[in-house]
Design a protein around this ligand. Sequence first.
Ligand code: PLP
Length: 388
Amino acid sequence: MRRIYLDHAATTATHPEVVKAMLPFFTDVFSNPSSIHSYGREAKGAVEEARTKVAELIGARSEEIIFTSGGTEADNFALKGVAYANEHKRNHIITTSIEHHAVLEVCKFLGRKGFRITYLPVDKYGLVDPDDVKKAITDKTILISVMHANNEVGTVEPVEEIGKIAREARVYFHTDAVQTVGHIPVNVRQLKVDLLSISGHKLYGPKGAGALYVRKGTRLVSLIHGGAQEKRRRAGTENVPAIVGLGRTVELAGQEIGKEAERLTYLRDRLIKGLVEKIDHIHLNGHPAKRLPNNVNVSIDFVEGESMLLNLDLEGICASTGSACSSASLEPSHVLLALGLPAEQAQGSLRFTLGRENTEADVERVLEVLPGIVAKLRAMSPLWKTQK
Ligand code: PLP
C-alpha cells in the first residue's frame, strides 16, 4: 500500500540534497570546529557557511544566529535567557494561550520562579489581538512571546503589528517561527522581532538542529555553560553534520518558497472544499485565509479524532488529531479549547499538513476514503443516532 504522509507539521523527511550535504561531515570532515589545525578550520568554515545561509533566509546578520538542538531549545533559550538577564529590573512576560508547549511549559516554570506571566486569549480563529498585547504591557514587562503561526490550526498571527508595539514600548519580542521559516517569507527586520526560533526538521532538515535569532544588543544569559562555542552563548562541540544540514535546507527552502507555497495552498484549498462538500457537520478550525499554506484542520461532529486517525492509518494515510488520547494527555488540545471549541469538537479534530511529496492524487485519496470512515464510525455512535 502506498503511504500518504500528511503530517508535515510534526516532522518532514530529510531532503536527499540535505543528506548528501551532511554525509561528508560524519566521515571525511569529522574534525572539531574548535581545533586550530586545517581540518578543524574546515569544519568551522562549514558551520559559518551554514550560519550565513540561515541568516540570509530570515534577513538577519550571521552573528545574530545561534545554533541550538532544535525549536524547543531555541524557545527555552529565548524565554529563560531574556527573563534571567533582565530579572533585576523587571519580572513580567506576555504570551498567548495557543503557544507550543516549548513556550508554555517554560512560562509555567518561570511562573514558579517568581515571574508574572500574562496569557493572552485568541479569537475563534486563533488570532491574537495586537490591542490586547498593548494593553497587557506594564513598566515591569520584559518580554512578549507570540508564535508566528500555530502548529495545530495554522493561523498566522499579526506578528509585524505586535513587533511595532513591542519596539515602541521597548520590550523584547520573541516569535516561535518553527512552523513558518522556509514555508512562508520571514524577515526579522520587517517583523521587528528581537528573537526568533527555527527548527530544521520542520523544513526538510535533520532532527536535532535548530537556531535562535538574537538581534544585536539583546541581553540574554546562556543556558548551557562550558566551552566558548557560539561566542560563549551556547557551549558544547557543535553538531557539525546537523548544522550543515540546516544550512543546506534553508538554502533549498529559499529557492522553492514562493512556488511551493502556491502549490500547497492550492492542494490545501482543494482538500478543505472537498471535505466540506462530502462530509456534513464538519467545521474548519483556524482562520480561513490567514493560515499556513499546508494546514487543514477540521472538527467532525459525532466521531472521535483518534478513531478516524486509526482508520486512516489502515488506509496508509498519516494525519494527526488534537484529541486527548493522541496527545498522551487527559485534556484535548489546549489550542482548540482556546479557540472556544467545545470539548467534543476538539475531540473530533483532524489535522492534515501537506508537504513537498504530496500531490493532488493524495488529496483525492483522502476525499475518497474519509467520508466512508466517518459514516462507519457515526453508525456506531449513540450520539449520532439521537441526532438523526
Ligand atoms: N514550536 C512549534 C510551533 C512547534 O511546532 C514545534 C514542534 O512541534 C516546536 C516548537 C519544537 O521544535 P523541536 O521539535 O525542533 O524541538
